[in-house]
Ligand binder design. Sequence first.
Ligand code: THU
Length: 138
Amino acid sequence: MTNEELLQEAKEARLHAYTPYSHFQVGAALLTKEGRIYHGCNIENAAYGPTNCAERTAFFKAVYAGEREFDKIAIVGAPEGEEPVGMCAPCGVCRQVMMEFCHPDTFRIVLSGENGEAAEFTLREMLPYGFGPANLGK
Ligand code: THU
């Protein structure tokens, strides 16, 4: 699956966003090493704090389904009613969740670049010196 195809999956996931407070809609498409895709959207909450980001929705759905081996994740975000063209980088909490399940040098984060082309980063680039299971000897 190309980065462009995975970004398209993330765009479709974004249509499910529940965002009555920020009106900023995010979609994510998480690809497993075996080629399955898990979609996620942001789900907001009146108490704000319990809001779940699109990336974590995708990860938690996948982990619940028994997945443990991940290849890459595409993320798109933009205000409601706008096309997600610019780069929407994952928040720190989502990077930490990726660190739990993904190797920082092989797992890739795909974003739509400012020029409309896909931009790709490793998890290590996005979360240098991250703390993960290896730090606990796991
Ligand atoms: N959001 C995500 O879904 N993913 C991110 O990585 C950044 C932020 C959501 C959370 C909230 O619903 C909205 O974007 C505005 O912060």
